[in-house]
Write a protein that binds this ligand. Sequence first.
Ligand SMILES: O=c1ccn([C@@H]2O[C@H](COP(=O)(O)O)[C@@H](O)[C@H]2O)c(=O)[nH]1
Length: 272
Amino acid sequence: MHFMQSLQQAWVRHDSLVCVGLDPEPAKFPVQLRDAPDAVFAFCAAIVDATADLVCAFKPQIAHFAALRAEETLERLIAHIHAEHPGVPVILDAKRGDIGSTAQHYASEAFERYRADAVTLNPYLGRDSIQPFLDRADKGVILLCRTSNPGGADFQALDCGGQPLYLRVAETITRDWNANGNCALVTGATWPDELGKVRAVVGDMPLLVPGIGAQGGDVHAVLQHGATADGTGLMISSSRAILYAGNDESFADAARAATLALRDTINRHRRG
Ligand SMILES: O=c1ccn([C@@H]2O[C@H](COP(=O)(O)O)[C@@H](O)[C@H]2O)c(=O)[nH]1
């Protein structure tokens, strides 16, 4: 199924705009799991199984696996999500971007090796660097626009012919890159005014919104500025605040409770 279809169906089926980020850090695992064989898979799969009915997507962050030499674990984890929770889309947070000939390999990595439904990309090398991804009409192409980090404005806010660069990015992608309807943008929860400006430019295009939870973004402001008229349009991502909500053997129950609380808070704000 196409990423955009799966996302829209998951928004409705699970009544949820929550995207759970999978950012394993073994030092934060419960002690009894920390040194277990296959601890990264056991931890992440437990989180996935405890939260799958409450989310619109999962977002594994590739550096967290690669730094642990756990790429094969990431492959197994994504296969596990597809097998056990079909219909829940997987966004590979890889932020790739390179010349076209190399980008082909990054597209194969994301979609053939890892079997992701969507991937995050850096648009600053331009259209040809993204074309191999755009050509995959069934896959989501999620481009950095206004990132959540404090330094995000260093370049993204620079004046670009009377508008900030991030809005030029949003405008160009909406107008020129989205012929297959498979584009989405990353806009941080930590900059709700900018999120609103992006929404005004992109129509109903989905926005991946990290920065809730550990980075302090405000759910109400995100919904006020970012939701579409039907109260969807957002994948509101939280990693650490969910993964490490508990630190004993009931960590998966704690993660479920944190996900449920976030889903309900979001739903109150989008309906209130
Ligand atoms: O602008 C961005 C783009 C990506 N991220 C990623 O999202 C998660 C956030 O983790 P939290 O623990 O919920 O803060 C992480 O994987 C980042 O690499 C982002 O934060 N901001």
